[in-house]
Design a binder for this molecule. Structure first.
Ligand SMILES: Nc1ncnc2c1ncn2[C@@H]1O[C@H](COP(=O)(O)OP(=O)(O)OP(=O)(O)O)[C@@H](O)[C@H]1O
Length: 618
């Protein structure tokens, strides 16, 4: 039994020791970001560690002086020197208070600086990681842990280290004071606090285990909270009466989380109490022994006061010290999750021997026998896929939902790399071109473009940051995208705030947002243009207007157009029909109609629907 508990304790200590590298790394991180503040704070820690000893020593001088004065029979002449000791004690207390206030100020500055630095690091890492990470719930669990829990831990850790150093300094000084009454007193001090230490270690480990176990549920409850309170879901939630359903899910989850946490806190309180009782018994015994020695005349009353203060404070320090060690341990466990996040490496790698992107494109874009599956998916999104987009031409990809059209452009932008085959620009594999250079060559209008809560000119300017302040270029882009009409009607025209995130923002219809995104695409002058369902949110009038602009946008560029509308696709130089991750038909609009295959069949169906829609109701 003893052997087993020893074994367990040794395992706990081994696990604690394994956290040391995290500790060093965290301290280094804080140091790197806040050198001056950390130095000032370190100095204060040392000073504050020494001050309590000065006060204990002054108390002994006071009590001994008092005893001597009373014993001499002429206490009055000694009053001045005793008064001096009292003034010194007050001064030490005052300095301690001033240092405490100074520490709060320094800590606030240091912690603010570090928090922002850490946020920056987490954001940089998130943006550096490729899209594949954003496909996995595990990544979001890690991100959540890094953002919401582990993120503030390095500062707490430093705080713990500071307290550890401060308590350590005081403790060593107090132990030195106690040594004069016998070498075993400092030893008793240590032994009396050991049970509390074990409690702290065990509880911190359990707390971390609980945290890891409940991250998924915590995230789930945040999600339910978001569903119940966000703008995106507000309308549907009301119409379908989903509020009470999500509210019940949320409450059930929170109740389980609360129950787990409460059980942990109850266990900790009980274990704490046990450890305190043991400590108290040991202290009581030591005190009784010292009182016995005063009665025997072996030590003075001042010695007893000194012992009482030193032992009590020493015990407090020791308790604090061990608590600090426990907290440091706990925080290093949490930090493991932060560093685990920082260790993530993007799967899309920069080329070892970079080759410049061909400019201008002479041959075009080529997919050669490409095969691709999304991360954690068994199904091939593209299988042995080959496609040529000749330079300066516009190629349309059409096909049913899930055929693989958007996947083609994700591979072209190198948001993912294929599992087999290659994608080339003028025969150069995309993987050989520096990522930034490749993406600078591409303008893309996504199926669901981002609606930035920013001003109109910023929303358009995000297409080419360098041109954001060039109002003439922004306005030309808006005009070419057909967005100028509604922008001109806004009171602040191009300085109008869009979106509902911030006060005064104006929301747009889906079609208007799409035109803003289109203007963004017009602003960016890149040789490759990709349009993924550019007219999906437009009515047939707007589409007809926009199609007139399409040629202008694609002029002199190599373009890929993805669309479900054949009236849009027919403008392309070549149309490829995709199905199940491959191309099943190719040709111009007329050629495909003549072939009488899937394209011709779908074209006829779309035309029939258009006729029906435009025939007035009887
Ligand atoms: N992020 C993803 N993770 C796993 N599978 C995906 C992911 N995105 C797409 N797929 C799958 O890959 C296949 C191709 O999808 P893709 O989005 O390329 O189709 P699409 O032709 O663009 O469809 P749509 O016309 O509906 O936009 C589909 O079977 C789809 O379910």
């Amino acid at each position: 039994m003893v052997c087993r508990s020893n074994h367990k304790l040794a395992a706990k200590f081994r696990k604690a020791a394994a956290q040391l590298p995290n500790l060093v790394r965290a301290v280094f991180m804080v140091w790197e970001a806040t050198r001056g503040w950390t130095l000032a704070w370190g100095l204060l820690v040392v000073l504050q560690g020494l001050l309590p000893v000065a006060n204990v020593w002054l108390l002994k001088v006071l009590v001994d002086g008092l005893a001597a004065a009373v014993g001499s029979g002429q206490p009055a002449p000694r009053f001045r020197s005793l008064l001096l000791v009292i003034v010194a004690m007050a001064a030490v207390t005052l300095v301690a208070d001033a240092l405490r206030s100074l520490t709060i100020w320094i800590r606030t500055a240091q912690s603010g600086l570090f928090q922002d630095h850490l946020k920056h690091l987490i954001q940089q890492k998130s943006m550096e990681l490729d899209l594949a990470f954003y496909e996995s719930a595990e990544f979001f669990d890690r991100l959540y842990r890094a953002q919401f829990e582990a993120g503030y831990r390095p500062m707490i850790l430093l705080e713990n280290l500071g307290s550890l150093a401060q308590n350590g300094i005081t403790l060593v000084a107090m132990a030195a004071v106690l040594l004069q009454f016998g070498p075993w007193l400092p030893l008793i001090l240590i032994v009396s606090t050991l049970p509390a230490f074990c409690v702290v270690l065990r509880q911190n480990l359990r707390e971390h285990e609980l945290w890891l176990r409940t991250t998924v549920d915590e995230r789930k409850s945040r999600y339910y909270d978001w569903v119940m309170t966000s703008r995106e879901t507000a309308a549907e939630l009301r119409v379908f009466e989903l509020g009470s359903h999500f509210s019940a899910l949320f409450r059930t989850l929170r109740e389980a989380l609360r129950r787990d946490r409460l059980a942990l806190t109850r266990n900790r309180a009980l274990a704490d109490l046990g450890a305190r009782i043991v400590g108290l018994l040991i202290t009581g015994a030591a005190m009784a022994w010292m009182v016995w020695r005063v009665l025997l005349g072996a030590i003075t009353l001042g010695d007893l006061a000194l012992f009482y203060q030193a032992f009590n404070q020493g015990k407090q320090m020791m308790g604090g010290l061990l608590e600090n060690v426990g907290q440091i341990y706990s925080n290093s466990l949490f930090l493991e999750n932060l560093f685990e996040f920082f260790r993530l490496e993007p799967g899309i790698r920069e080329p070892e021997r970079p080759v410049s992107a061909p400019a201008p494109l002479r041959e075009g874009i080529r997919f050669r026998h490409v095969a691709f599956r999304y991360p954690a998916s068994e199904k091939w999104a593209l299988g042995d896929f080959s496609l040529t987009v000749p330079a300066g031409k516009m190629v349309a990809l059409v096909g049913p939902n899930g055929a693989g059209k958007s996947t083609v452009i994700k591979l072209l932008c190198r948001l993912y790399d294929p599992e087999a085959g290659q994608v080339e620009l003028d025969g150069v594999d995309l993987r050989s071109i520096p990522l930034r250079e490749l993406q600078d060559n591409i303008t893309i209008l996504f199926q669901e473009p981002v609606k930035y809560s920013a001003m109109v000119h910023e929303n358009i300017g995000y297409g080419e940051l360098g041109k954001m302040k060039d109002s003439a270029a922004v306005e030309v882009a808006a005009r070419r995208a057909g967005a100028d009409g509604f922008i001109e009607r806004f009171p602040d025209r191009y300085d109008t705030l869009l979106g509902k995130w911030f006060e005064g923002g104006i929301d747009l219809s889906a079609g208007e947002w799409q035109r803003i995104a289109l203007a963004r695409a017009f602003l960016r002058q890149s040789p490759i243009l990709i349009l993924d369902e550019p007219t999906s949110s437009m009515d047939s009038w707007a589409e007809a207007d926009w199609l007139g602009r399409l040629r202008g946008l694609a002029q002199g560029r190599t373009a890929i157009l993805i669309t479900h509308r054949f009236t849009t696709a027919m403008r392309a130089d070549m149309i490829h029909v995709m199905e199940n991750g491959g191309i099943v038909e190719s040709g111009t609009h007329e050629e495909l109609l003549r072939q009488g295959g899937r394209y011709a069949e779908s074209w006829r169906r779309q035309m029939r629907n258009l006729d029906r829609d435009s025939t007035p109701e009887p």
